[in-house]
Design a protein around this ligand. Structure first.
Ligand code: TXA
Ligand code: MG
Length: 350
C-alpha cells in the first residue's frame, strides 16, 4: 500500500489536507495524525472492521483496547452510558487535553475498539489538527499511538514513517508533539477513581480536582503472571529500542561511576553503549552515544524528549542503553513508568 504523506507548515491553509484525511477515515481507512501527546493512528471508531485494521497495521494484540477521540461533547453522549460527577469535574478542568477517561460504553461502540470490555476509553485532544480532523470525519476516531506494537510511541512524523510507511493510507506531518508521553488514563467507573496510566496530567493535578485517587499497581511495578492491570495495554513490554535498556539508581556520582565502568567493560567485549542522562551529568560519560533528556528538575521537558531519545539509539546501533532515573513527582511518574517498562522493571543499584 502506498502511504500518502502530507506535511502541514501552518503558513498555508490546510483544510484540503484535513478533508482528504477525513474522507479516508469515513471510507474505513487508516490515517496517522499528530496530537499534543504522541502521534495517533486513526480509524472510524464506530466502524468495527476499520478498527480491526489498526491492530493489523501495528501488530497489536487484539485484547488491547483503543481510545476513542472526540472533538466535542455531543460525540461523548453518542458512545457512553453515563457521565459520573467526577468525570464531569475532570472534563471541565482538563478537556480538551492529555487526559483519557474510562466510561461505561453504549452498544454502538464496536468490540474491536474495547477488546470486548463493557467500558470505553475517551479522549478529547487539544491539538488543533487532531481536533479539526475528528470534526471533519464527523465520527469518534479510534486511535492508538502510531507505532509498531512494542516500539516507543512516535513524537514526530519520521517515527511514524519508520514504523508504518506502506501499512497505512495516510500520514499527516504536523511537527513534533509537546507532551511527548501518552495521555493520563483515569477510570471513574468504580467507587474510587483509579489512575491506570500516568501522563502529562499529573496525579497531583487530578487529586486537586477530585480528591484522593488510587494508582493501579501496574503503574509502579512489574506484575506477576497471575495479575492483570486495569488497562490491558500496561501488561505488554513497551517503549523499547532494539537495544537492552538498564536503569541505574543511586547517588549521582556513584551512578556516573557505575555506568562508566559498565561502558569500559562493554568496550573490551566489543559492545557499544548508550547513556540517557540529564544536562548536569551528560558530559561525564564515556559512552559511544550520550543523550541528555533535559534539565533534571524540568520533568515536563524530560518527558517530552524521552521517546525520541529511546528511538535515536536504534539509529546509532548501540547494544545496550544505560539510563539515569528521575524523581517520580509530577510528570516524573510518567517518565519513570515508561523507563521502567522499557527496562522490564529491572534496575541496578549504584
Ligand atoms: O495520548 C494517547 O492516549 C495516545 C494518543 C494517540 O491519543 N493514544 C494512546 O493509545 O496512547 P494506546 O492505544 O497506545 O494506549 C491506550 C491504552 C492502552 O494501555 C489500553 O489498554 C488502555 O488505553 N485502554 C483502552 N481502553 C480501555 C478500557 N476500556 N479500560 C481500560 N484501559 C483501556
Ligand atoms: Mg501505545
Amino acid at each position: 500500500m502506498e502511504t500518502i504523506i502530507r506535511k502541514i507548515d501552518f503558513e498555508t491553509e490546510y483544510d484540503e489536507i484535513l478533508s482528504e484525511a477525513a474522507g479516508i477515515i469515513r471510507k474505513g481507512g487508516l490515517v496517522a495524525f499528530p496530537t499534543e501527546t504522541v502521534y495517533g493512528l486513526g480509524a472510524d471508531g464506530l466502524n468495527g472492521e476499520a478498527c480491526k485494521n489498526i491492530y493489523i497495521a501495528k501488530g497489536r494484540p487484539s485484547d488491547n483496547p483503543l481510545i476513542l477521540h472526540i472533538s466535542d461533547l455531543k460525540q461523548l453522549e453518542m458512545i457512553v452510558r453515563e457521565i459520573p460527577d467526577k468525570a464531569r469535574m475532570l472534563m471541565e478542568s482538563f478537556w480538551p487535553g492529555p487526559l483519557t477517561i474510562i466510561f461505561k460504553k453504549l452498544p454502538c461502540v464496536p468490540d474491536s475498539v474495547t477488546g470486548g470490555l463493557d467500558t470505553v476509553a475517551v479522549r478529547f485532544p487539544s491539538n488543533i489538527l487532531a481536533n479539526r480532523l475528528i470534526a471533519a470525519a464527523g465520527t469518534p476516531v479510534a486511535a492508538p499511538s502510531a507505532n509498531s506494537s512494542g516500539r516507543p510511541s512516535p513524537t514526530r512524523a519520521s517515527h511514524v514513517e519508520a514504523d508504518l510507511k506502506g501499512k497505512i493510507d495516510m500520514l499527516i506531518d504536523g511537527g513534533g508533539c509537546d507532551v511527548g508521553v501518552e495521555s493520563t488514563i483515569v477510570d471513574i467507573t468504580g467507587e474510587v477513581p483509579c489512575l491506570l496510566r500516568p501522563g502529562g496530567i499529573t496525579v497531583e493535578m487530578l487529586e486537586e480536582i477530585i480528591g484522593t485517587i488510587d494508582i493501579d499497581s501496574a503503574v509502579i511495578k512489574s506484575l506477576g503472571a497471575e495479575e492483570r492491570p486495569k488497562a490491558p495495554g500496561m501488561k505488554y513490554k513497551h517503549y523499547s529500542p532494539n537495544a537492552e535498556v538498564v536503569l541505574v539508581k543511586g547517588e549521582k556520582d556513584a551512578v556516573v561511576e557505575k555506568i562508566n565502568s559498565f561502558i569500559d567493560e562493554n568496550k573490551l567485549k566489543g559492545m557499544s553503549s548508550g547513556v540517557m542522562a540529564a544536562d548536569d551529568t551528560v558530559h561525564l560519560y564515556r559512552a559511544d552515544c550520550v543523550l541528555s533528556l533535559g534539565r533534571r528538575d524540568d520533568l515536563r521537558q524530560i518527558a517530552s524528549n524521552l521517546f525520541d531519545a529511546l528511538r535515536s539509539f536504534d539509529d546509532k546501533n548501540v547494544d545496550i542503553v544505560y539510563s539515569e532515573v528521575f524523581e517520580t513527582v509530577g510528570e516524573g511518574l510518567a517518565v519513570m513508568n515508561r523507563l521502567n517498562k522499557a527496562a522490564g522493571f529491572k534496575y541496578i543499584e549504584a
